[in-house]
Ligand binder design. Structure first.
Ligand SMILES: C[S@@+](CC[C@H](N)C(=O)[O-])C[C@H]1O[C@@H](n2cnc3c(N)ncnc32)[C@H](O)[C@@H]1O
Length: 248
């Protein structure tokens, strides 16, 4: 009933000479949720919005995992222009709970994807959060993971590591934050599949994530990798743990 009343009100508001399609276009383009879904999740949206990101289709996985696991505290290491952070923040809003703490120095370093960095990168990210009305679901922390870890004092339900991709960097990030993970917490590592994609023009010899992941597996950590071009691995941070896909 409310739906039909709402439809009547809206229909009356539309000028007589305007097509329904044009009116819908105007209404949807002012809806932050629609804009976010369009840019972050609708087909190829993530390539259209100038994110300059290598996340690609793994954005769908991040969104789905956050919706399914309903984490309260998410820590992201490596935000760049904010595609992964905005996607997880959107899932938090749809869950009516949770917050992404997005750590990145936003300076020029070996792992910046974007040719334009510094203020431009950070401004882009913050503008996206504002346009999508997601600022309440994402805490932007402009510093390195090392520095952020010094003041960190909260339990973490989901840790997404996508910052310094060197062997030492990824290992350090896992070591720094793993002690904060809740017993049901999970860790996501991006760029774990490059050993299967050495012919790619984006392949880098200094990418240490797959090597570190293999080391964790040898040390009895359980994980599952969703392998596309780059790979995203979900790891149970409890050594010897298992059945993490059934732990919800
Ligand atoms: C591959 S990009 C992240 C991509 C992003 N997750 C996305 O969805 O587009 C890697 C980012 O890690 C950041 N980074 C490098 N070293 C870092 C560190 N020690 N702590 C936090 N972030 C770091 C870089 O500044 C860069 O923006």
């Amino acid at each position: 009933m409310f739906k039909s009343i709402f439809k009547k009100i809206i229909t009356n508001l539309i000028p007589k000479n305007m097509s329904l399609q044009a009116a819908r276009h105007i209404l949807t383009n002012h809806d932050p949720d629609y804009l976010a879904i369009r840019d972050l999740l609708m087909s190829d949206g993530h390539t259209n919005e100038n994110w300059q990101s290598g996340l690609g289709g793994q954005a769908y996985l991040l969104y789905g995992l956050v919706r399914a696991l309903k984490p309260k505290t998410i820590v992201e290491i490596g935000s760049a222009r904010g595609l992964s952070a905005c996607t997880m923040a959107l899932a938090c809003r749809h869950n009516h709970q949770g917050r992404v703490h997005a750590i990145d120095p936003h300076d020029l370093n070996d792992w910046t994807d974007s040719p334009k960095i510094n203020q431009e990168q950070l401004e882009f990210f913050k503008n996206r959060l504002e346009n999508y009305d997601l600022s309440d679901f994402c805490n932007v922390i402009q510093t390195t993971s090392e520095k952020a870890a010094l003041n960190w004092n909260q339990n973490i339900d989901l840790l997404f590591i996508d910052g310094d991709h060197s062997y030492e960097g990824v290992r350090r990030d896992f070591e720094l934050f793993k002690k904060w993970l809740t017993p049901r917490g999970l860790v996501l590592f991006h760029d774990t599949g490059w050993e299967f994609n050495r012919q790619s023009p984006w392949y880098r010899k200094d990418l240490g994530v797959p090597i570190y992941l293999n080391e964790l597996k040898k040390n009895n950590f359980q994980s599952i990798t969703v392998l596309d071009e780059v790979g995203l691995t979900i790891l149970d941070p409890q050594k010897g743990g298992m059945d993490f896909l059934n732990r919800m």
